[in-house]
Design a protein around this ligand. Structure first.
Ligand SMILES: [Zn+2]
Length: 62
């Protein structure tokens, strides 16, 4: 089990955010996190690609 901090940009306001991804249970999951700047709900799809954790960031409405 490993917790990895991943950076991403808010799709609403383009500000930097980060999320702690638990590699033992979050891969393949869709998480919702509110932007720390504009508080909009960000949809985060976590997946693994080439041994790295990747985030697919979407607005909640998409
Ligand atoms: Zn934002």
């Amino acid at each position: 089990m490993e917790i990895i901090d991943c950076d991403f940009y808010c799709p609403y306001c383009q500000q930097s955010n980060d999320i702690a991804v638990d590699t033992s249970c979050d891969i393949g999951q869709q998480l919702i996190q509110d932007c720390r700047v504009c508080c909009s709900p960000i949809e985060i799809h976590v997946f693994e690609w080439d041994g790295d954790i990747q985030l697919d960031i979407r607005t909640d409405s998409e």
